[in-house]
Ligand binder design. Sequence first.
Ligand SMILES: Nc1ncnc2c1ncn2[C@@H]1O[C@H](COP(=O)(O)OP(=O)(O)OP(=O)(O)O)[C@@H](O)[C@H]1O
Length: 242
Amino acid sequence: MIRIQRLTKRIPGGPKILHEIDFEAYPGDFIAIKGSSGSGKSMFLKCLSLQEKWTSGKFKFDGVDVFESGLKGKLKVKREIAYLEEKPYLYPNKTALKNVIIGSVSQTPAWRRWTGMMRSDDYMGGMDMIEKRGLIDKAHQKAGTLSGGEQQRIAMARALVHGAKVIAVDEPVTGLDPHTAEDVLKELKHLCTEQGVIVVAVLHQGDWAERFADRIIGLNKGEIVIDIRGRRMTEREKRLLD
Ligand SMILES: Nc1ncnc2c1ncn2[C@@H]1O[C@H](COP(=O)(O)OP(=O)(O)OP(=O)(O)O)[C@@H](O)[C@H]1O
């Protein structure tokens, strides 16, 4: 479970980008973040996954007070809250499978990195995760040749192999055709309902948030202006995001 209280982010010597954000999420939640350009959506995901330092606020994750528990709490967040950018970084010349298992604990010994050899349990775990994403026939294809939707799913598989319990994903369907976008969102929804993963997704365009999310949070100038159950938004609510 995640509990954030009064998260504030200010760029040193610059403007306040997030202002006193309160946020809670429970296993299995699919939460969409909406808001116009510059409203702080990406910054929120980056603060949630500790890619960005907070200016102030309290952060509890799975009962651990992240900032009170020192390095241990921060490492737990970095390990278990995966941040996926709009165009997730994959090694283009490595296979989809290598991208999924790269950096996993049993891969770490230097001689494995030098020789490129995988342990059989890495191989099986990676293949299993890729199969569950419906990409088994792409496992040995170079990641740089995969489509945008396939790359998103490989990035998800990598996060899950590495033990992610929360996926904070920025614009996962931007630039995808509607059919592929729907597949990616179904996949994320499935992770919530079947595995209790928490998904926090920036889904500003179209009606994807209304169709897939359990909750919709709307940001305007770094403040929460809407926090509703996933449903069709009213015209008044939409105006609050402008
Ligand atoms: N490192 C930084 N230094 C200064 N300003 C920043 C920095 N990072 C973000 N900002 C500003 O903070 C605001 C929020 O940025 P953010 O990327 O979170 O917006 P967003 O809602 O994700 O926008 P978009 O939909 O266009 O991606 C923007 O005005 C941006 O210019």
